[in-house]
Design a protein around this ligand. Structure first.
Ligand code: M6R
Length: 599
């Protein structure tokens, strides 16, 4: 993962620009950070463990430089220490890197034979060594980069500074993104446009195996054979996104609260009438739907699977993107593969997409961020309108994903006649009224806080459900574990008795939802089974249960197209208030990153 920035300017101090750029890239990782810049004609490096703020504090406020590179890290090879932080330097070469050099051991052994020695545990230091080796061998940077790209296996976006060539930055890429922002007095290289939009809206993107030489007068882009290529300048159009926390303590809470608008914004183009709904792609021409995603996006896919299969009789399989590439997926031209991703840059999802594309099979993307790798690769892209999701734990992106997927199910059912017109109109009206359905749930702070007070000291928490409620419990458990660090797992309620129930003891906390008329009595029986073993139960339901042995959270009655939204909001807020009581870093939980750009 990691975020990289490089900047060069005629007359501006680039150090604040690098720091601002890194802060905007912290969603890619935030365990350590570093900067290298020209000072008295020498490259000076400052690194630290921890977030970009810490790096900023370490930098002398009066320091000025007009060329430099910087990095915010999510550790892959080697612990999150200051020593392993980037930039890495080997003699003449200083680099920042996003990606993984897969054959770094082999490269290292080659270099060790050449009497090279290394001080860190990172693959990036080996990359710096290799670049230095070729630099000393060829003394020609074009040859150096070409040779490097020929030899190295893996993914990389790299920005290079060279001791004897301090007027230029060089950048190269394979699989990890690079943009180059252009302005009259500053050129900026970065992992994505968020790092550059404060300074320019004009930028280039590099394709795999392209590289660039960037100085104050010029940006020269080359293909892998060292030919100069002409590329179109792209223009970034600012979305109307409010990126401030407003009066909220955390982005996560703000984003949960925004769901009353973001769900509506996402479905708005399609809910005015049946005619509007029919603007969505026709999925009835496929025999089967495959859905691929990671984490929360995968969970959104599971909700869609349930709805497609139960309500439209359409076969649907859901795959974890990280597994997809390494299994037999029985693909054919009759299967549509849907790729779900908030960021559009998740490496596992991109790899799975490339596999499907390599066979020329049809693809559809459900993506939140514009201008991403996934949105540019899929045949058709539907955008969720969740706005910028800044908290690492995904909330509003998930409800936007399940909303658009629900509409895809609805239109498929209408087209294949498994859902009649009256039902379609009823669901469209529910979406039109979504604000009134979700607002009362968002406002039940005291209920969620009182549950949080009962669970926040626990070590293990169980989430159980059946059918759709099982898939929702997976997302509920993920929310809790990622921000509160409490071990929480979800289980199909009927499966407990096949093993897991042995873990239930007096006061074990069990969270559940029962919102499926066909299955509720069975779920309740399973809850009674854990109750009999001493469990303390919290139940989200749209049924009118009167059972004071459970703590009940009532949600409004709604169709199956809306229910997932109503169940997940209590789960999200219970997770939020539990983490709040635990005092964790809610928006940036340990070990995580917002966008997972390594496999
Ligand atoms: O950007 P993506 O939707 O592709 O990200 C997928 C997962 O990394 C993401 O949903 C992750 O699981 C979140 N931290 C969940 O809250």
């Amino acid at each position: 993962m990691c975020g990289i920035v490089g900047a060069i300017s005629k007359d501006r101090n680039i150090l604040p620009i690098l720091i601002t750029g890194l802060k905007n890239l912290e969603y890619r990782g935030y365990d350590s950070a570093g900067v290298a810049y020209l000072k008295n004609n020498k490259i000076n490096i400052i690194k630290t463990r921890g977030k970009v703020n810490k790096l900023e504090n370490k930098l002398n406020k009066n320091e000025i430089s007009n060329i430099g590179i910087a990095h915010t890290r999510w550790a892959t090879h080697g612990k999150a220490t200051s020593n392993n932080a980037h930039p890495h330097r080997y003699k003449h070469i200083t680099i920042v890197h996003n990606g993984i050099i897969e054959n770094y051991e082999e490269m290292k052994n080659t270099l060790l034979k050449e009497k090279y020695s290394f001080k860190t545990d990172t693959d990036t230091e080996i990359a710096a060594g290799l670049l230095n080796y070729y630099y000393e061998k060829f003394n020609d940077i074009n040859k150096v980069i070409k040779e490097f790209m020929n030899k190295v296996i893996g993914s990389y976006a790299i920005v290079i500074m060279i001791d004897n060539d301090v007027d230029n930055l060089y950048c190269l890429k394979k699989e990890s993104p690079i943009v180059i922002g252009i302005n009259d007095n500053i050129n900026i290289i970065a992992s994505d446009i968020r790092a550059i939009t404060k300074y320019t809206d004009k930028y280039y993107t590099l394709n795999d195996y392209e590289y660039a030489k960037v100085n104050i007068n010029d940006i020269i882009i080359y293909d892998k054979d060292n030919n100069i290529i002409k590329k179109d300048i792209k223009e970034y159009k600012e979305e109307n996104n409010n990126n401030s926390k407003g009066h909220y303590k955390h982005y996560m809470l703000k984003e949960i609260m925004e769901q009353k608008e973001t769900i509506y914004n996402t479905v708005k183009p399609y809910i005015n009438s049946i005619g509007s709904l029919l603007k969505l792609p026709d999925l009835t021409k496929y025999k089967e739907i495959s859905i691929v995603g990671c984490g929360t996006a995968y969970h959104a896919g599971l909700v869609a699977k349930y709805l497609f299969e139960e309500l439209t009789n359409t076969r649907c399989n859901v795959y974890l993107a990280s597994e997809y590439r390494y299994q037999n997926n029985f693909l054919s031209k009759d299967t549509l593969t849907i790729f779900i991703s908030q960021s559009g840059e998740t490496a596992d999802t991109i790899s799975a997409l490339k596999l499907v594309k390599s066979k020329n099979y049809p693809t559809l993307g459900i993506i939140n961020v514009k201008e991403t790798t996934i949105s540019s690769l899929v045949d058709t892209c539907l955008y969720t309108k969740a706005g910028n999701e800044i908290a690492v734990a995904s909330t509003k992106a998930y409800t936007a994903q399940i909303s658009i997927l629900s509409l895809l199910v609805l239109v498929t059912g209408y087209r294949n006649k498994t859902i009649n017109e009256n039902k379609v109109l009823e669901v469209l009206n529910e979406f039109k009224d979504i604000d009134n359905l979700v607002t009362p749930l968002l406002n039940k702070k005291n209920t969620y806080l009182s549950i949080a007070k009962k669970i926040y000291k626990e070590k293990d928490i169980f989430y159980i459900g059946r059918g759709l409620d099982y898939y929702l419990s997976m997302e509920g458990a993920l929310k809790l574990k990622e921000i509160s660090y409490i071990h929480s797992e979800s289980y199909a309620a009927g499966e407990l008795k096949h093993g897991t129930i042995s873990l239930i003891e007096k006061n074990t906390k069990v969270l559940s939802s029962a919102t499926n008329t066909k299955l509720n009595s069975k779920t309740i029986s399973n809850l009674k089974e854990v109750l009999a073993r001493g469990a303390d139960i919290y139940l989200i339901t749209d049924e009118n249960y009167k059972d004071d042995t459970f703590t009940i959270i009532n949600i409004p009655k709604a169709s199956y197209f809306i229910k997932p939204i109503l169940v997940i909001i209590p789960y999200q807020l219970i997770a939020y208030y539990t983490a709040l009581l635990k005092g964790t870093n809610i928006d940036k939980p340990k070990n995580l990153a917002k966008s997972v750009t390594v496999e």
